[in-house]
Write a protein that binds this ligand. Structure first.
Ligand code: ADP
Length: 431
């Protein structure tokens, strides 16, 4: 029976009885009888409604009341719903507990941030990394608790491709690598990793290279000086001695270049060595590098300089001279005789400025391109050496490019030539 059939059964029965009483006695008896039973029924409904209201005030703690008739069905459904809800809650609580246990066991700190950067949740390792207290600090702005400017700037970004290396946290000596993953509706997952140990090893390696290079410099200069003096001696007639001195001279000069490049790299890698900013007159710098390129090529190549913009850059002249110069010298060294080289400076429609060097040289196979900026990575070791390369040029370029928040772009085809471009961000371009 559906609800309306069940609901109308009682009044219809009572109506039939009332009609019977009317027929047997009189109309008044029938009417009084009908009114009294309907009133009693109504009071019964009110009692059940009151029980329902009492239950609804504390549904979690009070059991669903017992009932009869039509209400029995309603209450038994409510009972079922409550039981299902309790089961679901228990299930969710167990799943949440498992996730919490898993994230607590993660070897990385995890903080969940809402769209405004408030902490929603963090695991014990994140508490340690940022000096947080998961109970006290939930709902707080993370940048209020970790206030380093570079951290605040990093969080304000839209894209998080590179991790942020954060030193000087509230936890003293700790060095953290921080990565942010956006998810859901503007939520962020902040992942922190303790890299103090790696940093210490890396610093030791850097210091070692810098110290060795520094120590080698003086003896090398002395040896080179003597070799040059001996070469210049008018009485040196023995051909073998002359040849030996020439080779010694070449090798000591190579070693000097190598030591210079290693020291340049150490300087650029030193995090304390901040970029000294100035206004760089790029067109004038390129004119000068063009002359250097022509001297290096010694008439073997056609080198063209195209200055399509008079824009200057906010940056460091010496560093940019080194980076641009490296690209020009590579183009000369890896382009056979009679090849063509174009140095180009322009500001793109999007406001970013680009310096590029295009050559018609030997080109680079695609598998080598991602590795060119690694220290000592060379496609052809002997060609690099023959032309006086150290294998450190592009590593230096990459560092300088990073220090200027620019990007190094390489397009090349084996046997056809290469284009190396440095793209500077809008905020560095001075119109
Ligand atoms: P190197 O001192 O050996 O030139 P770099 O770091 O400047 O070292 O360059 C790394 C390698 O990239 C080079 O050994 C060479 O194989 C390749 N390379 C760099 N520039 C060019 C270029 N313009 N054309 C072809 N190959 C290049």
């Amino acid at each position: 029976m559906d609800f309306w059939q069940r609901a109308s059964f009682f009044p219809v029965m009572m109506l039939v009885l009332a009609l019977a009483l009317w027929a047997i006695f009189n109309a008044l008896t029938g009417a009084v009888f009908f009114s009294v039973v309907i009133l009693l029924r109504y009071l019964g409904h009110l009692r059940q409604l009151a029980a329902l209201e009492r239950w609804a005030m504390h549904p979690e703690t009070t059991p669903v009341p017992d009932a009869s008739g039509l209400w029995d069905e309603v209450f038994s459904r409510l009972n079922k719903m409550m039981r299902k809800q309790r089961e679901d809650q228990e299930h969710h609580r167990a799943a949440l507990h498992q996730i919490e246990q898993a994230t607590s066991a993660l070897p990385e700190g995890v903080v969940i941030l809402d769209e405004a950067g408030h902490i929603e949740w963090c695991n014990p390792l994140a508490e340690m990394h940022f000096g947080l207290d998961s109970k006290r600090d939930v709902g707080q702005q993370i940048t209020y608790l970790a206030r380093q400017p570079e951290f605040v700037q990093y969080l304000a970004r839209d894209v998080f491709n590179d991790p942020l290396i954060l030193r000087g946290t509230r936890q003293g000596e700790l060095v953290l690598s921080i990565k942010v993953v956006s998810y859901g509706e503007n939520k962020k997952l902040l992942i922190s990793r303790d890299i103090t140990h790696f940093e210490r090893i890396e610093t030791m390696r850097r210091d070692f290279v810098a110290n060795v290079s520094h120590e080698l410099r003086t003896p090398l200069t002395v040896v080179n000086g003597f070799v040059e003096t001996l070469q210049d001696m008018p009485k040196l007639e023995n051909d073998m001695a002359r040849r030996a001195l020439q080779l010694m001279g070449e090798q000591t000069r190579r070693m000097e270049t190598l030591v210079d490049d290693l020291l340049t790299l150490s300087r650029l890698e030193n995090s304390q060595n901040l970029l000294v900013e100035e206004e760089v007159d790029v067109p004038a710098l390129l004119e000068s590098l063009h002359r250097d390129g022509l001297a290096l090529s010694a008439g073997q190549h056609k080198i063209r300089l195209e200055i399509a913009s008079s824009a200057r850059l906010q940056g460091n002249t010496a560093e940019l001279r080194s980076a641009f110069g490296n690209l020009v010298s590579n183009a000369v060294r890896y382009t056979p005789k009679d090849g063509e080289i174009v140095m180009h400076w322009e500001v793109q429609p999007d406001g970013r400025a680009v310096f590029s060097v295009k050559d018609s040289g030997i080109g680079i196979a695609p598998e080598h391109i991602p590795r060119l900026t690694e220290r000592f990575y060379r496609v052809d070791r002997s060609r690099s050496r023959e032309t006086g390369g150290t294998g450190l040029g592009l590593a230096i370029v990459k560092h300088i490019v990073n220090r200027h928040q620019a990007q190094l772009h390489v397009v090349s085809q084996e046997g056809e030539g290469s284009t190396f471009g440095i793209i500077f961000p809008l905020q560095r371009v001075l119109a």
